[in-house]
Design a protein around this ligand. Structure first.
Ligand code: NAP
Length: 306
């Protein structure tokens, strides 16, 4: 990447902003566009922008993203936006000679009942989780494009599959947020209101993995510099924690001292979801931020914004 022009698509998002922070330590010429300057769903606009800017390296971190409610209710937008962004940016990067591109997928691309920890080769081995199927299908289309462009044109395009991410710049929308942001907001508001208890959805027993977004950005830069290949690479820390334990850590970091109760009438989802990160470890990267440190930094960022 040294001395190259590097385009971060989606630089105002949680991951894109972390990539921008991480790339500040590299000798690169950073290029960004806001959505009002360039709507990545607009093919003509994307092709024309790439023809002028001709970025040499592309991180494709723009996508329509959200938690389970957003995925399940905005199903058409999730499939349309994400397929459009993938086809436009990948084709434009190819047409304009980008030397390298990284496509960001998601752990939702793995089948609902795939063995845990989730290995990269379990993609397309079984049915997907129905609530986020449109999003997952769009992400799989992006992964398959990357694979096809490598096979047909020899493009050095790669795909990575991040686990659940959290960190500064997360989306705290009441309905559409991911679990970490939702819990931070709920515990913070309970602390301020002096509430005696906070209700967490489900039984608290499902196990999930959470990666701090600056670790994710560091892994992306590491792979962009060192990895070339058709195989997907999972990005996670390979550690899972129950939602109940996780909620207790969030409450502790926020300083909420009331009771935590569980609404068992709400669905739990899959009992365990954690990535197999052996491939990433063999490529020489592992996460360094502890859950408590990551949550502390995230909460500081949240309180600056409220
Ligand atoms: N967050 C997670 O837990 C997680 C987990 C696995 C994978 N990922 C993947 O990581 C990537 C980044 O996710 P994130 O959490 O950073 O999401 P995010 O915070 O919602 O950011 C997405 C970014 O994409 C931009 N964008 C969306 N649609 C656009 C369009 N039509 N034209 C131009 N820009 C557009 C958004 O622009 P605006 O700011 O203008 O809206 C925003 O900057 C995505 O590919 C996602 O699938 C995320």
């Amino acid at each position: 990447m040294k001395g190259k022009s590097v385009y971060v698509a989606g630089h105002r998002g949680m991951v894109g902003a972390a990539l921008v922070r991480r790339l500040a330590r590299e000798d690169v010429r950073l290029v960004t566009t806001t959505r009002s300057e360039l709507d990545l769903r607009d093919q003509a606009a994307v092709f024309s922008w790439f023809a002028k800017a001709r970025p040499q390296v592309v991180f494709l971190a723009a996508a329509k993203v959200g938690g389970i409610v957003a995925n399940n209710t905005l199903r058409a937008e999730f499939i349309y936006d994400n397929i459009a962004i993938a086809i436009n940016v990948i084709q434009a990067a190819h047409q304009n000679g980008a030397a390298k591109l990284m496509f960001l997928g998601s752990s939702c691309i793995y089948p609902k009942l795939a063995p845990q920890p989730l290995r990269e080769d379990s993609m397309l081995t079984g049915p997907l989780e129905p609530t986020n199927e449109p999003y997952a299908i769009a992400k799989i289309a992006g992964i398959k494009m990357v694979e096809a462009y490598r096979a047909q044109y020899g493009s050095d395009f790669i795909s990575v599959m991040p686990t659940n991410l959290y960190g500064p710049g997360d989306n705290y929308h009441l309905e559409y947020s991911h679990v970490v942001a939702a819990l931070i907001r709920r515990f913070h508001e309970a602390k301020i209101a002096g509430a005696k208890s906070v209700v967490v959805w489900g039984t608290g027993t499902p196990r999930r993995e959470f990666l701090y977004v600056d670790d994710m950005a560091d892994a992306c830069v590491h792979l962009m510099k060192t990895y070339t290949g058709a195989e997907l690479i999972n990005i996670g820390n390979g550690e899972d924690i129950t939602i109940a334990e996780f909620a207790r850590v969030v409450a502790e970091v926020i300083g909420y001292r009331g009771e935590i109760t569980f609404d068992t009438s709400r669905p739990d989802g899959t009992p365990r979801k954690v990535l197999d990160v052996n491939r990433l470890a063999r490529l020489g990267w592992r996460a360094t931020t502890s859950l408590r440190d990551g949550l502390r930094r995230t909460y500081e960022d949240y309180t600056r914004g409220v």
